[in-house]
Write a protein that binds this ligand. Structure first.
Ligand code: ATP
Ligand code: MG
Length: 252
């Protein structure tokens, strides 16, 4: 049975960074093969973990949809789509990546989406760990591409707006009645002590505790020089913090 870890939060909060650090830590723990899913239409998870971005699932779906309209009935559409979707898989050692790309446009050919959902369900079964980098709008969660999440990391920064957005995301997952095994509230880019204003805001949103990730100069520098997080040295404080979060997530 695969264990699905999803990272959510408002734009620019550190979702891709955290998803990348989780992938790196899982690899070091030998929890392979890992499937990393970039569910943000503005794809960049692959590059963050040292891959070159290839074709997205969205691009494959579009090619296939236009092709499918002209296909005579009785052809093995599902098999053909599966073959085509394999073109979107980026394969590495102990780690594969799938980038979802753009969602379907107004001309959506919905049977393709249903086929895609089935393809993902089957694919996921091949991996003991699946890490999903969500987009800020939570579109994929809303569209229920995923039926369940074992661990949902809701990421905020130490600002009242970040905490309120985190509260809204948690409410959305409850509204959608998504099956979430464990929910983990994470505050990223912490510098020094938390301001009492933030603690009050957390209380208001009903967050009783949090997992902290410090502001890490190394992460910033790697981002600036476009170096993948897979090259980050072990002394990175953010990496250590993510490691501790994973200890809890995995044992749960
Ligand atoms: N703990 C940290 N310390 C220092 N810099 C960080 C930390 N976490 C994230 N960053 C930096 O913050 C910026 C935004 O991070 P990231 O791209 O991971 O956010 P995101 O939530 O995925 O954004 P988007 O919503 O645009 O996809 C990046 O420049 C990243 O390097
Ligand atoms: Mg991102």
């Amino acid at each position: 049975m695969s264990f699905l870890i999803a990272v959510a939060g408002k734009g620019g909060i550190g979702k891709t960074t955290i998803a990348g650090l989780i992938v790196r830590n899982l690899k070091r723990r030998g929890k392979v093969p890992i499937l990393a899913v970039d569910a943000d239409s503005n794809v960049n998870l692959a590059e963050t973990i040292g891959f070159q971005q290839g074709k997205t699932v969205g691009a494959v779906r579009e090619e296939f949809s236009s092709h499918m309209r002209n296909m005579p009935p009785g052809m093995g559409k599902e098999t053909l789509l599966e073959l085509k979707l394999n073109e979107a898989m980026m394969e590495g050692e102990g780690l594969d990546i799938l980038a979802m790309g753009r969602g379907e446009g107004p001309g959506c050919y919905c049977p393709v989406n249903n086929m895609m959902r089935r393809f993902l369900e089957v694919l996921i079964k091949n991996y003991p760990f699946v890490v999903i980098d969500n987009e800020a709008g939570m579109e994929h969660l809303s569209r229920r591409i995923l039926q369940r999440i074992d661990a949902l990391l809701i990421v905020s920064d130490p600002t009242p707006k970040g905490i309120r957005t985190a509260g809204r995301i948690r409410a959305l997952t409850e509204e959608l009645e998504l099956s979430v095994g464990g929910s983990y509230f994470v505050i990223n880019r912490i510098e020094g002590d938390l301001d009492p204003i933030i603690e009050t805001e957390m209380e208001k949103e009903g967050f009783t505790s949090f997992y902290g990730i410090p502001m890490d100069r190394l992460i910033h520098d790697y981002d600036l020089s476009l170096r993948p997080l897979t090259d980050l040295p072990e002394e990175s404080v953010a990496l250590k913090a993510v490691d501790e979060i994973l200890d809890e997530v995995i044992q749960s």
